[in-house]
Write a protein that binds this ligand. Structure first.
Ligand code: FAD
Length: 511
């Protein structure tokens, strides 16, 4: 039952959230217990199989996708044990199997009035093993860091079947970046998982874990050789992990900020100002922050809270917390002022039900799927907070350029088609000549728009919609007017097909 060669098992392990498919795996293995994994890994290696550890398959980097037919996917779904919470000297911890769905740990923590800080948006479907392998983080990362900051210990099997038990020393119950350095004790155990081979201590400069100003440093996978974390399953198989749980402050409120207009300058300035302001307040903690960009807002069918008939350019969701509701209220007043100063609108939810409604849009995974519906290649990027506006402008610049280039390529193809038409009457010849004149005019306008994109004013005009480059309005419609009637039906159809083909192959950078 645990070793499956059937078509359903193999096809359901051919891809992950990227939807990228290369090969079916040869076999899917679903071990019942942690201890079996050593023998399974050793045997697979002896058989010359490539091993892919797999959790929920929600990864966006393609790490769980078989690239070779001789692949064994080891699915952790049965490693779903959750031990009881341990509490000692103010430290609350829980040890769980690699296959536990992340949300289950959050629920257990909440039921014990504690907080599990690893909360990626995919938490309903992803697993603890995947969280460790990807160093996942969510809205609570701002306050408590990502997976790496919240791990106390973890167990993993190496390719030769031996075990590593990694234990963080002197956990500060906070983000690693608040320390100068961080140490881990690494026990190497024989394949029985018990007999100690050797022990070593790894001490890492905290700035190597996370550069200043960054929530997560995806450029440094190696992390000074720390095993398992952020390695996408490439150095070993994580079988279980022990996490610290945090004690929440007594009161928590959620704010929803909406920013309108064309650029993100005000929104980014608000994010930076609010973070600095709350960081300077000893009584209040910023425990969660996420932004929804314009495309996401559209994809989730967002209902604008402000009394306006337009969608926001950016929505910012913030959880702030304190042991004192008056301090919290004062802080909220300051955030409202900072938001209004930047022409944004701020809404406050104090009751749990309303807070959950505010956050609901963020977890709308069906909409996220629609948002990323095209064939896509995903890359994690890390941007210092105050550079978010520049980043967004840079992406829009790339998208505008790609869009114009795509339109120009369409015109090229239409031109070639026109030039190859053999006119059977002077009417057709005249009309095609006129069509080519129209095409050449539009072509030269778009080429000059492309060339002037480097100038800030030109880019801004296109970005804000003041200057619209429209295939339909500038070319397709005038062309249809020129080539009207039955005589040109075939030509119009062919031009439409050329356009559709080019539009579908368009590249687009989504954020
Ligand atoms: C809608 C959506 C929202 C998301 N939101 C976030 C977010 O807010 N924050 C965030 O950080 N990520 C997010 N992600 C990405 C993804 O959910 C996380 O990276 C998650 O940690 C992956 O867990 P998984 O169990 O699904 O791993 P999988 O997709 O199964 O695997 C991911 C990688 O981890 C490896 N792996 C899995 N289990 C193990 C193991 N036991 N031992 C060793 N390696 C293993 C796999 O080989 C693969 O390389 C999101 C994804 C989706 C689809």
């Amino acid at each position: 039952n645990n070793i499956r060669f059937d078509a359903l098992s193999r096809s359901s392990h051919a891809t992950d959230a990227t939807d990228w498919r290369v090969e079916y795996p040869a076999v899917v293995i679903t071990p019942d217990t942690e201890i079996e994994i050593s023998d399974i890994v050793k045997t697979c290696i002896e058989l010359g199989l490539t091993i892919i550890p797999r959790g929920g398959g929600t990864g966006y980097t393609g790490g769980a996708i078989p690239l070779d037919t001789q692949t064994a996917v080891i699915n952790t779904e049965k490693l779903s044990f959750i031990d009881t919470i341990q509490s000692q000297d103010g430290l609350h911890t829980v040890n769980v199997g690699a296959g536990v769905i992340t949300k289950r740990v959050s629920e257990l923590a909440a039921a014990n009035n504690l907080v599990f800080a690893v909360d990626p948006t995919s938490q309903d479907a992803c697993t603890i093993g995947g969280n460790v392998a990807m160093n996942a983080g969510g809205k609570k990362a701002l306050r408590w860091g990502t997976t790496i900051d919240n791990l106390l210990s973890w167990k993993m099997v190496m390719p030769d079947g031996t075990w590593l038990q990694v234990k963080r020393l002197d956990h500060n119950q906070d983000k690693i970046q608040l320390l100068d350095e961080v140490s881990f004790k690494i026990h190497h155990l024989k394949t029985d998982g018990k007999t100690l081979l050797k022990t070593e201590t790894l001490t890492i400069n905290a700035t190597h874990m996370r550069k200043s100003g960054l929530g997560k440093d995806v450029t440094n996978k190696f992390l000074d050789g720390l095993p398992g974390i952020q390695k996408e399953g490439c150095d070993g198989f994580i079988t279980s992990a022990e996490f610290i749980l945090h004690q929440p402050l007594e009161h928590i409120n959620t704010l929803c900020l909406e920013f309108f207009g064309h650029d993100l300058d005000n929104a980014v300035s608000a994010i930076v100002a609010i973070k600095d302001n709350v960081d300077g307040n000893q009584d209040v903690d910023l425990v969660g922050m996420e932004h929804l960009d314009a495309r996401y807002v559209k994809a989730v069918n967002y209902t604008t809270k402000a009394n306006r008939s337009e969608l926001p350019k950016m929505v910012l969701l913030i959880d702030i917390s304190s042991n004192n509701q008056t301090s919290l209220d004062n802080q909220i007043d300051q955030i409202i002022t900072l938001t209004h100063d930047r022409e944004g609108e701020c809404f406050v939810a104090k009751l749990l039900e309303k807070r959950q409604t505010f956050w609901k849009d963020r977890a709308n995974t069906a909409a996220i799927a629609a948002h990323t519906n095209a064939f896509k290649i995903n890359e994690d990027v890390v941007i210092p907070l105050d550079k978010l506006g520049d980043y967004s402008n840079g992406i829009e610049h790339i998208n505008i350029r790609l869009s114009i280039e795509n339109k120009l390529a369409t015109l090229d193809a239409v031109k070639t088609y026109f030039q190859n038409i053999n006119p059977d009457s002077s009417l057709v010849k005249d009309k095609i000549d006129h069509a080519l004149t129209l095409l050449n005019e539009v072509d030269s306008q778009w080429k000059s728009a492309l060339a002037s994109l480097a100038q800030a004013a030109e880019f801004k005009a296109i970005q804000t919609g003041e200057r619209v480059i429209s295939y339909i309005n500038e070319f397709a419609q005038p062309l249809n007017d020129l080539l009207m009637g039955d005589v040109f039906a075939e030509i119009r159809k062919e031009v439409q097909e050329i356009h559709a083909e080019h539009r579908e192959s368009r590249l687009f950078v989504a954020t």
